[in-house]
Design a protein around this ligand. Structure first.
Ligand SMILES: [Zn+2]
Ligand SMILES: [Zn+2]
Length: 127
């Protein structure tokens, strides 16, 4: 198994979801960003202006995430583990068809190391 795509810790915060990986890397995903990156077919089509693409990492890439209209304070009502390989988020806008494989979550990490531009501020620890 690849340590890069295995979570050691999963944690819900007020505005972000935190994943600590077995290789020691840490990812913080703002919920609005995760919602916009939803890997389901429906959202992929919206991001690609109606073109039928089947996956987030199709040759066409992830499309234009700003085409997914989400409120800044979107929250997950529920987060379920799908087997050992993915998470399913049920969002409070009623959308719940996105299954996010850990492999993809690691790939879309927005930390300064993985995605140097634009910088995203980590949420302060609230506990
Ligand atoms: Zn979706
Ligand atoms: Zn990262």
């Amino acid at each position: 198994m690849n340590l890069l795509t295995q979570p050691k810790l999963l944690k819900k915060h007020d505005k972000s979801f935190q994943i600590e990986w077995k290789d020691g890397h840490e990812s913080w995903f703002p919920y609005s960003y995760l919602r916009q990156m939803c890997p389901c077919a429906e959202c992929a089509i919206i991001r690609h202006e109606g073109k039928d693409v089947h996956s987030l990492f199709s040759p066409q890439g992830d499309g234009d995430i700003d085409r997914i209209d989400v409120s800044d304070d979107i929250q997950p009502l529920d987060i379920q583990l799908v087997g050992r390989y993915a998470l399913q988020f049920s969002w409070d806008d009623g959308h719940n068809t996105g299954i996010y494989p850990f492999e993809i979550l690691r790939e879309i990490c927005q930390c300064p190391k993985c995605a140097p531009l634009p910088p995203i501020q980590n949420e302060e620890e609230t506990e």
